[in-house]
Design a protein around this ligand. Structure first.
Ligand SMILES: N[C@H](CCC[C@H](N)C(=O)O)C(=O)O
Length: 295
């Protein structure tokens, strides 16, 4: 099957974007994996599908697949690229669009400076909704909130890691590190991602707090490995930092691929306040590719 695609990136988190507004391609997990493959396909962290929405008042549907072919609920950097794509492709002339995702409605806005701000909706803290299996565990009071001290393997000398656990529609486990560049992302990332207490796996964040308004972040993403940036990961890390009493309401998140600005009013106690993420969205190139039928 020959398909057209657009390659995009948001702070170095890269995507293959497919316009399915005129008909669904019906791709299999294997075909998504092929498109994401950096040697045999196009290469991307996620595949984003742009589809029409059925509900009145909703402009588009946004479907996300990780590089491993699995469909997921949300992708923040992808939401910014989604906004740039629908404008550049002439699918809308609106400055703000309402987009239906598996995680619920989001509202990306194209700013005059070319950056995109997305209302990512409110964070979710209930363990069962992350989902996180907290059976038999005691949350450890940490700052103004809590962390969960998880052994990363059954071996005797396994590290015990204090994790802040929450969801942005997709699951996140965030830990504080003194130096993000020296953090054990490659070793602990996969162990956290597939930890048995996360029944749908989890994105593993490593956050270095530099001040109440500046952090550095690396994320080992569920289904993609370490990416240069993770938008929902940046949202989750800042919300966790605010709840732990370490951050103010507006934070610049320095990732390996660029800077994202996250704002959350939850510090004033409104835990249901939406999280706003602002950052870049870049079109790299468009092309066509033959996708093998078996995928
Ligand atoms: N790996 C994530 C999906 C992509 C999220 C990330 N690329 C972002 O910008 O939010 C997950 O499995 O939940």
């Amino acid at each position: 099957m020959r398909i057209r695609f657009t390659k995009m990136q948001g702070a170095g988190n890269d995507f293959v974007v497919l316009d399915e507004t005129r008909g669904l391609l019906g791709l299999s997990p294997g075909q998504y994996r092929f498109l994401a493959d950096r040697h045999f396909g196009v290469g991307a962290d996620q595949i984003l599908s742009v589809r029409t929405a059925s509900d009145p008042g909703v402009d588009f549907q946004y479907v996300i697949h990780n590089a491993d072919g699995g469909e997921v609920e949300q992708c923040g950097n992808g939401a910014r690229c989604f906004m740039r794509f629908v404008r550049e492709q002439g699918l809308t002339d609106k400055d703000v669009v309402r987009v239906q995702t598996l995680a619920g409605l989001i509202a990306p806005r194209m700013n005059a400076d070319g950056r995109v701000t997305v209302d990512m909706g409110p964070p979710i803290f209930e363990p069962a909704r992350v989902p996180f299996d907290d059976a038999g565990l005691d949350a450890q009071p940490t700052g103004g909130w809590q962390t969960w001290h998880l052994a990363l393997s059954t071996e005797a000398e396994s590290p015990i890691v204090p994790l802040a656990v929450l969801s942005m529609g997709n699951p996140h486990a965030v830990q504080l590190v003194p130096d993000v560049d020296g953090a054990p992302v490659a070793t602990q990332g996969p162990l956290i991602e597939r930890h048995p207490r996360f029944p749908q796996r989890v994105n593993a964040g490593f956050m270095q707090v530099q001040s109440r308004g500046q952090v550095k972040l690396r994320v080992f993403e569920r289904g993609a490995g370490e990416t240069l940036a993770c938008g929902t990961g940046a949202c989750a890390a800042v919300v966790a930092g605010i709840r732990l009493g370490l951050l103010d309401a507006r934070v610049d998140v320095h990732t390996r691929g660029g800077v994202l600005t996250i704002e959350w009013a939850g510090e004033q106690g409104d835990l249901g306040a939406p999280v706003f993420m602002t950052g870049p969205a870049v079109t790299v190139f468009s092309g066509e590719i033959d996708v093998p039928d078996e995928g």
